[in-house]
Design a protein around this ligand. Structure first.
Ligand code: ATP
Ligand code: MG
Length: 402
């Protein structure tokens, strides 16, 4: 286990346990790829010759997350690892789920069913790599290459076409010519895939450092004709973001702002996004419209949800060619100086107002007066002191104003 990254240390002990029980076990998939590239690794997946039942007999805590497909979750020293029995798949009649999953004896057969050569490597705990599809060579060449015949592999599972473009973006690699051609010929098969699964890949694609390149390839291959909204308005796809966008709300705001073909609600609905994504997109849009008009001021910063500072900064760069880092530090600088952070901190409330005008009926004038006060305090026109606010109210005399 000499020079393997720390991240593999604990997982190595799982391999050890499985091997001591008389079976084979390897690290597989994205963790091996990222380790070889030298990127931070995500989840560590393990492939084994043992069946799920045999894994359950080896470890104390095993959760049967997808036992019928050969996958169980091993809980080991407070961490979870997916352990999957070597398997092959066949069928794919409905383009989504293989009709049949068969367990196999050889790691090489398992690697063959994987999507791209860089994802089709296995590694033992000493760092020895099993690489029948020459994934390491493709890492050196920075290429996304389908395992086997690309055309067949995309017919089996069209989502792989989205994954190919997503990896192009995340790794900033190129698409192998045959893989490119196969996507171009079969892009329309993506119509068979659940939007939710496509959306996950589309979001990851926009977040990658090679997003612009991946989006260009997406257009060249015609994939966008099979995506929600873009299928009706392909021109909306011409507006490539100026920088990687890290959330679906940002993506939706970007295309909405540039394309103006469907409203935010339709973008979110057609892409089957949650209400939370829609709300964030609406909020961002509202503040960006204000920004376009007034630039950055205390009122904007006060109204902008703090967890959207970063998305907002990125969209300022994307839409207005601002420097997102400068916008972000300006947001933080203004935020620090805000006299109040929420309405509740206002030194004057509805009850104070009612006490001043006991004969007035309750109504919208109360809310409007407090809003006026809030805005004046936030922008520094009034100090947040009870007496100052009361005096302003007397002068303004709200019941007459509303
Ligand atoms: P990430 O870093 O985003 O997790 P990953 O390569 O680990 O990337 P996963 O979706 O976690 O991707 O899948 C783990 C592995 O399973 C992949 O590396 C690949 O070998 C295989 N795999 C995943 N999806 C497919 C697919 N649709 N077709 C074939 N193999 C797949
Ligand atoms: Mg993974």
């Amino acid at each position: 286990m000499n020079n393997l990254a720390d991240a593999f240390t604990k997982a190595s002990r799982i391999l050890q346990h499985i091997q001591e029980a008389g079976f084979e076990a390897y690290f597989v998939g994205g963790a091996v790829r990222d380790h070889i590239i030298g990127r931070p690794i995500g989840d560590i997946d393990i492939a084994t010759s043992a069946t799920p039942d045999q894994i359950e007999a080896i470890f104390d805590k095993v959760i049967p997350v997808g036992k019928e497909h050969g996958t169980v979750m091993v809980r080991f020293e407070h961490e979870s690892f997916e352990v999957t029995t070597y398997r092959v798949e066949s069928g794919y009649e409905d383009f989504r789920h293989p009709d049949h999953v068969a367990f196999v004896k050889e790691i090489k057969d398992d690697l063959k069913r994987r999507d791209f050569t860089i994802n089709a490597m296995a590694m033992d705990q000493a760092g020895n790599v099993i690489d029948p599809w020459k994934g390491q060579k493709d890492i050196m060449a920075k290429k996304i290459v389908a395992v086997g015949r690309a055309e067949e592999r995309f017919r089996e599972d069209p989502l792989r076409m989205m994954r190919a473009l997503r990896f192009v973006s995340q790794l900033n690699y190129e698409l192998d010519a045959a893989t490119f051609q196969a996507i171009r010929e079969q892009a329309s098969l993506l119509n068979e895939i659940a939007i939710e699964r496509i959306a996950i890949e589309f979001e990851k694609l926009h977040a990658g450092s090679g997003a612009q390149k991946a989006l260009r390839l997406m257009r060249l291959t015609g994939v966008h004709h099979s995506l929600p909204v873009f299928s009706q308005y392909p021109d909306a796809f011409e507006y490539v973001p100026l920088l990687p966008l890290q959330s679906f709300s940002e993506i939706v705001v970007h295309y909405y702002a540039k394309g103006d073909v469907a409203d935010l609600a339709s973008w979110c609905k057609d892409w089957k996004q949650s209400n939370g994504v829609y709300k964030a997109a609406e909020h961002l849009w509202k503040q960006l419209v204000y920004f376009n008009d007034q630039h950055l001021d205390a009122w904007l910063v006060y109204n902008l949800h703090q967890n959207l500072f970063t998305p907002f900064s990125r969209l300022c760069e994307d839409m207005f060619k601002q420097d997102s880092k400068a916008i972000y530090s300006e947001l933080k600088r203004i935020e620090k100086k805000l006299p109040i952070k929420t309405k509740r901190e206002l030194a004057f409330g509805a009850e104070d107002l009612l006490a001043m005008y006991p004969d007035e009926r309750k109504g919208p004038w109360i809310k409007q007066t407090l809003n006026e006060l809030e805005q004046r305090v936030v922008t520094g026109a009034l100090e947040n002191k009870f007496q100052d606010l009361k005096e302003w109210v007397i002068k303004w005399n709200p019941p007459e104003h509303v």
